[in-house]
Design a protein around this ligand. Structure first.
Ligand SMILES: Cc1cc2nc3c(=O)[nH]c(=O)nc-3n(C[C@H](O)[C@H](O)[C@H](O)COP(=O)(O)OP(=O)(O)OC[C@H]3O[C@@H](n4cnc5c(N)ncnc54)[C@H](O)[C@@H]3O)c2cc1C
Length: 447
């Protein structure tokens, strides 16, 4: 088995740690490795931002990447955990099936999607990833392999979805896909002059498959929370031009380019971002039409620039993603924007999404019915104090922050934000003896 010692980080490039990285190629190699190694954590494609997929010993799933079965009639896919969502889509889109829940990048693994129970821009319709998972094959710390689902070994299923790799190593997953007629999306943008317009837009438009808001964090006073609200739905064949109808399920791909090295910090300066925000706003203002665009352009706009995280420079960046219950979300978000308006650290990208009802069996899954906002900041030591102040607002309004994006949360925030933590820990204690599976994040927060 290929093994290396290297420096690794999450997508935010903070923190960076030295790890032994193991690259097993199949279930037997994973099982043998887990039997003889302690203090180990599964790692998918390292797209979580902080330290959840970091540890002294990391077992990468990337070479366990076989699609085991795809039932084209029922849209059911079974695959190993290292398969990327991009690979799932390449297999299923030509057959008229799509992943019901898609995060903002397709370069994550299926194992990572389950372990963080990812959400998309359609949570209010489709919940999170776990809602569409039929079965998980899980390797426990004692070497047993167990199949869990919503019917069998239910407790373990719900602890594993969102369980951040602490219940064991996910070997395989069976997923129910959704039907699509075309590889296109119809989307429409609405300009909102302030936060209350943005929240009202979300609450008013429920007939679309997807909703997302972009916030201009440089807008202040009467325009605090100014943003663009986007609605979108999958195109039906009849929505397309005759020419496109002949090839409705063929994906249109944009050319990709790669950021080869860490960029100088000025590229992500507040002035550069303000100029980009201005252009984005002007484009949305002048184009109010429904547009038909390829799936990729709607779901993964950032994926066309590979390694875009390097634009933030060598020190990396931090994301703060919180969720607040519906009734408090607008007020809480206003308070966070006000804190940002007077802070030296400026948020360079902010995205708002709506969460619908959640399955009440989930334990550490992030979503709750309400609104979530993600805020990206170039790394600076002063961010830690700012984020502590955000935490106070989030807790006051009954929310929590997303483990997949976190690199600095404190134990108290975790305990208060995740009321089912004790239940989760109880299950982990049973299946993860001697904390064989443990991550840098778990050690830091002590959860
Ligand atoms: C540009 C971008 C946009 C994003 N947008 C969204 C979004 O819209 N919604 C959202 O929910 N998230 C989003 N994310 C976060 C991302 O989807 C999650 O962090 C996801 O878990 C990353 O998958 P990964 O394969 O890279 O896993 P990693 O980052 O490698 O690991 C994440 C966690 O999963 C565990 N894990 C990985 N594989 C396994 C396995 N085989 N068995 C057990 N545990 C495992 C790890 O231990 C770790 O705790 C985004 C990330 C990026 C970079």
């Amino acid at each position: 088995m290929n093994t290396e010692r290297n420096k690794i980080a999450g997508w935010g490039n903070y923190p960076v740690i030295h790890s032994n990285i193991f690259n097993p190629e199949n279930e037997t190699e994973v099982t043998e490795l887990v039997a003889k190694t302690n203090d180990i954590i599964a790692r998918g494609n390292g797209r979580s931002y902080g330290d959840s997929a970091l540890g002294t010993q990391v077992v990468s799933s990337l070479l366990c990447n076989k699609i085991i079965a795809f039932d084209k009639a029922e849209g059911i896919l079974t695959c190993e955990s290292g398969v990327l969502l991009s690979e799932v889509l390449t297999t299923t889109i030509p057959c008229g099936f799509f992943l019901p829940v898609m995060p903002g990048t397709k370069y994550i693994t299926v194992g990572g999607a389950v372990a963080t129970d990812v959400h998309g821009k359609n949570h209010f319709h489709k919940q999170s990833f776990s809602a569409h998972v039929l079965e998980i094959k899980l390797l426990l710390s004692n070497g047993d392999t167990i199949i869990c689902s919503k019917q069998n070994n239910r407790e373990l299923f719900w602890a594993t979805c969102g369980g951040m790799g602490l219940t064991g190593f996910i070997l395989e997953t069976k997923i129910q896909l959704s039907k699509i007629e075309t590889a296109y999306i119809k989307q429409q943008n609405f300009c909102c002059e302030n936060l209350s317009e943005l929240f009202s837009a979300f609450k008013k438009h429920n007939q679309f498959d997807y909703k997302v808001g972009w916030l201009d964090c440089f807008a202040t006073e009467d325009n605090l929370g100014k943003g663009i609200f986007t609605v979108a739905s999958h195109c039906l064949t009849k929505d397309l031009s005759l020419q496109k109808q002949n090839n409705a399920l063929k994906e249109e791909r944009k050319t990709q380019f790669t950021i080869p090295f860490f960029s100088p910090a000025f590229l992500m300066s507040r002035w550069a971002i303000q100029a980009m925000n201005f252009l984005r706003w002007r484009r949305a203002k002048s184009n109010k039409q429904v547009e038909i665009i390829p799936l990729e352009q709607f779901f993964f706009p950032l994926d066309s620039i590979l390694q875009w995280n390097k634009l933030y420079g060598r020190k990396g960046f931090l994301q703060y993603q919180y969720v607040l219950p519906t009734n408090n979300a607008e007020q809480g978000t206003k308070e966070i924007l006000q804190l940002m308006a007077v802070a030296n650290d400026k948020c360079l990208l902010a995205v708002l999404k709506q969460f619908g009802k959640c399955n009440d069996r989930t334990l550490l899954s992030f979503p709750m019915e309400g609104f979530t906002v993600s805020l990206d900041f170039k790394f600076s030591p002063s961010l830690f104090a700012l984020f502590d102040r955000f935490d106070e607002v989030v807790l006051k309004h009954g929310g929590r922050i997303y483990l997949a994006k976190d690199a600095r949360m404190k134990t108290e925030m975790m305990q208060k934000g995740y009321p089912k933590l004790k239940e989760f820990q109880f299950i982990v204690k049973r299946v993860n003896s001697n904390n064989k599976f443990t991550s840098a994040q778990r050690e830091r927060i002590n959860y």
